[in-house]
Write a protein that binds this ligand. Sequence first.
Ligand SMILES: C[S@@+](CC[C@H](N)C(=O)[O-])C[C@H]1O[C@@H](n2cnc3c(N)ncnc32)[C@H](O)[C@@H]1O
Length: 230
Amino acid sequence: MDSTRHRRPTADAAGAGASDQGAADDDAERFWEQHYRTPRAWDARVNPLLAETATPLRPGAALDLGCGAGGDAIWLARRGWHVTAVDISTTAVERVRERARDLGVADGVVTAQHDLGRSFPAGRFDLVSAQYFHTPLPLHRNRVLGTAARALRPGGLLLVVDHGSTAPWSWNQDPDIHFPTPAETAAELDLDPAHWSVLRADMPRRRATGPAGETATVIDNVLLVRFIGG
Ligand SMILES: C[S@@+](CC[C@H](N)C(=O)[O-])C[C@H]1O[C@@H](n2cnc3c(N)ncnc32)[C@H](O)[C@@H]1O
């Protein structure tokens, strides 16, 4: 799914107070529930940068943050990964669970509803993926990604892929949108180079296909970090 992005300031930027954050969390759950109850939200293809990154890896434990329609989680499970797929939307995680069962990979996918601003799944992972983990609602996204970096096993990878441009078919054509660049995300994470190394921080272009089969060149903002250990 290729349609949401930061519009209002994130809580990281806006510094929301505790009570504001509670109301915003409820709004976020409502917003994404509504999103996933509409048929157009169900594009369950694997994301290309996830496929590119994970294809050469030996399967292990993966965590998909904001799994949405579950294209990535199912793709990983089919390649032998044990995936924990989490999303704020109960509808999304239930459908991912059903789809995993229907496709015969239920053993490889554990789904859970989490508002990642409030809770984070237990466990240690060889791969944590955050694909287009954008929301128009306030979220301490960098805090979530920092927690994700600390949930890696030694040698594990954190892959953050953000939009770097607005696709013509995106519902949100707000010209003031700011997509976090890989450098900005890395700077916000402020990971100790003694324990984490940045393997990739770039903004590749690719040809993307929209929901009606239309194509356009889009930019992805890619940050790939390895947990060295320690
Ligand atoms: C732009 S969509 C990307 C979905 C999926 N990763 C993909 O690439 O198609 C952002 C996802 O983040 C989820 N999300 C937004 N805020 C969240 C939060 N606070 N906690 C957990 N998931 C959240 C949304 O429900 C949505 O599925």
